[in-house]
Design a protein. Structure first.
Length: 66
């Protein structure tokens, strides 16, 4: 049995309260990982072309307010 399979087996045995707590923890964990990845991409310049494109659209008047 792999490590992931063992974890899956444990999760399947959680009570409703434990599952809620785990889900909240995992959502926060995943959000932190996502934020870190976006920050790393921004610092490395991997988002620059997207920002330039968005600014170009804005300056050309091809955007709208929400």
């Amino acid at each position: 049995m792999t490590r992931v399979e063992r974890i899956e087996t444990e999760i399947e045995q959680f009570s409703d309260e434990e599952l809620i707590r785990f889900r909240e923890w995992y959502d926060a964990f995943e959000a932190r990982r996502f934020d870190h990845a976006i920050e790393a991409d921004a610092q490395a310049g991997r988002l620059d072309s997207l920002a330039d494109e968005a600014l170009g659209e804005f300056q050309a008047g091809r955007t709208r307010s929400f």
